[in-house]
Design a protein around this ligand. Structure first.
Ligand SMILES: CC(C)(COP(=O)(O)OP(=O)(O)OC[C@H]1O[C@@H](n2cnc3c(N)ncnc32)[C@H](O)[C@@H]1OP(=O)(O)O)[C@@H](O)C(=O)NCCC(=O)NCCS
Ligand SMILES: [Zn+2]
Length: 342
């Protein structure tokens, strides 16, 4: 029973927009179990070219002392020749940041700068700037919820727009999605998916501009699979005969393992499902305030015009969720959320 894989293990570190700053290498904060690339790949993906860090003294090369050079044959009375010894001053070391999970070359200025920018975005989010606001009307940005309360008493608003927008807003979303994809070790969403998707952003008042403190991508899909209940999964693991031999015709044979780390199994039959959630992200300092739940509710309520969707009725599906994503999926969807392949 092969586990369903919805996120590819390979990631692209190429920025999808000119102004997006893609850091050197990454490992996810929350989704590490399923999406993390092997360390070798992480290291291989470090952007900083070796040429920028000249190895002044390769470890195996012997330092030349010059006292008895082999090539010297004509003069036997020459003074001893002193040769400059070289120190290896390359101080770069691969570090893993506890805050954002990113691996980067400490000591390499480019890597450090890229890590710093990524780290701030993962922890605090990005700004919804004056330019984005100015472009909003023309770009068709709609405010779908106003004065939305969070647990800490703060209030914000939720805006929505097409995921394939260009311009300033498109380029901001591109950078945001790069950050999300790096955090999840997920590939970039394809143009086809973006074309069938809407972005939902939670904007919180901040000085001088609003802050994007959460993002949901909502995608039009056609089918998804129903998650098997705990009882169905348990039954699948129970021996059917007295001698303890494995079950022969149990539900296991008919269930699809989504991810062994989250223990989700699905009934493989594709069921008509209108809304898919391929990406969901809240910056770490804004988590557990209800941002993701409010965004998901806004998406379910407005994705199909005039037809609010109910996750408890199986009308919403997630792609292979992370541990945190699974927790939200259960809490928000009350067990009715389905799973689909991206
Ligand atoms: C998953 C994520 C989006 C959740 O965002 P959030 O705004 O903190 O979620 P909410 O506050 O709406 O959580 C609602 C409920 O879900 C459950 N939940 C959410 N995160 C949880 C966690 N880390 N551990 C346990 N339960 C959690 C809780 O029941 C929570 O209610 P509570 O705070 O009253 O206990 C956020 O943790 C995140 O961005 N993680 C990194 C990216 C990721 O894993 N995305 C999911 C892809 S599928
Ligand atoms: Zn960091």
């Amino acid at each position: 029973m092969a586990p369903l894989r919805t996120y590819a293990s390979k990631r692209s570190f190429r920025p999808s927009s000119p102004d997006s700053a893609v850091p050197p290498s990454s490992s996810p904060v929350a989704g590490e179990k399923r999406k993390r690339a092997p360390l070798e790949e992480e290291i291989a993906n470090v952007l900083t070219p070796a040429a920028k860090h000249p190895k002044l003294a390769p470890a195996k090369s012997k330092p030349r002392t010059g006292t008895t050079p082999k090539t010297k044959s004509k003069s036997t009375t020459a003074k001893p020749k002193y040769t400059q010894l070289h120190f290896n001053i390359d101080q770069s070391v691969l570090r893993s940041c506890a805050q954002c999970g990113l691996s980067y070359n400490k000591g390499a200025p480019d890597d450090e700068a890229l890590h710093k920018a990524h780290c701030v975005r993962v922890q605090k989010g990005m700004e919804w700037g004056r330019e984005e606001e100015r472009e909003s009307f023309k770009a068709g940005v709609v405010e779908v919820a106003t004065d939305v309360p969070l647990k800490n008493g703060a209030r914000g608003r939720i805006v929505s727009f097409r995921a394939d927008l260009g311009g300033k807003i498109g380029s901001k979303i591109s950078t945001l999605l790069d950050t999300v994809n790096i955090t999840l070790s997920a590939p970039a969403l394809t143009t086809d998916i973006l074309r069938a998707s809407k972005v939902y952003l939670f904007l919180l008042p901040s000085t001088p501009r609003e802050k994007i403190v959460g993002c949901v991508i909502a995608q039009h899909i056609s089918t998804a699979m129903q998650i098997a209940t705990a009882d169905e999964c348990r039954a699948a693991c129970e021996p059917t005969s007295d001698d303890g031999s494995p079950p022969t015709s149990s539900p296991t044979a008919k269930l699809v393992a989504v991810d062994t780390s989250t223990g989700i199994f699905c009934h493989p039959k594709p069921l008509p499902t209108p809304l898919g959630i391929p990406r969901l992200f809240v910056p770490s300092t804004h988590r557990r305030q209800g941002v993701a739940s409010k965004l998901l509710s806004a998406a379910a309520a407005t994705f199909v015009y005039g037809c609010p969707l109910d996750p408890r009725k199986g009308q919403v599906a997630f792609t292979q969720p992370t541990g945190d994503g699974n927790a939200v999926m259960q809490s928000w969807g009350k067990g009715g959320v389905r799973i689909y392949e991206e």
